[in-house]
Design a protein around this ligand. Sequence first.
Ligand code: ACO
Length: 335
Amino acid sequence: RGCKLVGCGSATPSLQVSNDDLAKLVDTSDEWISVRTGIRNRRVLSGKDSLTGLAVEAARKALQMAKVEPDDVDLVLMCTSSAEDLFGGAPQIQKELGCKKNPLAYDITAACSGFLLGLLSAACHIRGGGFQNVLVIGADALSRYVDWTDRGSCILFGDAAGAVLVQACKIEEDGLFSFDVHSDGDGQRYLNASIKLKETDDVLGTNGSAINFPPHPSSFSCIQMNGKEVFRFAVRCVPQSIESALEKAGLTGSSIDWLLLHQANQRIIDAVATRLEVPPERVISNLANYGNTSAASIPLALDEAVRCGKVKSGHTIATAGFGAGLTWGSAIVRW
Ligand code: ACO
């Protein structure tokens, strides 16, 4: 069986935070942020806005574009590292979308590589598991985990959701050509939001031995990042990964229509494009308006590029996700 992309959608919160707004919060400037990152604005969840709500809106738009009813979805993959329920958000999205036939729904946690790994999972479920319509949603609200006093990281992130519908098709129509995926736990020290262990008093257990109570810690620290190391990792590993995916698909950088990377930093995007010899006019970037939206960035940028007519039916796209874990990977797909 083959599988192909048949719809996309996205949603962003209404609250905009500009670089000038951030300069009121930390010692920074619009010039510093835009020169070093390419980011000018980001959207941030506020008040009672929910990430689940954004994910549902993005998914609905993808279903409408694909002309597929919620009841015909048999798998919902919610790719996120900021779920609103520690146990996962996908079943809630399935419920709110009105998928009454109760499709399988679960979360994938892989930070900025989440959407890419969601695509790979969708392909595996369709090719090997008999699934027909798989919704892959990338959604994150990292603004909730950012240290808003750390000017080195708080300037980077924004909140958003994006979705694609991946559908089973004849092998001749296959549109997900190849994948290349990796992880390296050693690099976790460069980018993480780890669990905070509580200093607790010893309590005597029933057999008289000392136990810590409560036994489980209950919160996570804010995002900790070594920007320089993350930057080096991205410009080293992402081109290699895309080259490997291109080779598996029998293509080269010059034969793709679009390069669509996780939107982390314009300097990373430019460096990867140069290395792959992809000219700037074939690189998709909307980072200036939204910042780094983690798992949402690829489907958000894809959705904008499709809806404004840049990406057309039949175009070949090289895409890559990379980030915390560390994790990274690429895919060559046809729109
Ligand atoms: N405004 C003004 N000055 C700043 C700011 C700021 N917002 N942030 C840092 N600085 C200062 C530093 O304090 C430092 O000052 P010093 O020289 O007096 O010590 C100077 O600017 C240089 O700081 P660097 O950290 O070396 O700046 P760099 O050029 O590396 O840019 C940045 C930092 C933008 C974070 C860059 O390293 C980067 O983008 N890295 C990749 C990060 C990334 O993409 N992370 C997300 C990964 S995806 C995921 O999984 C979540």
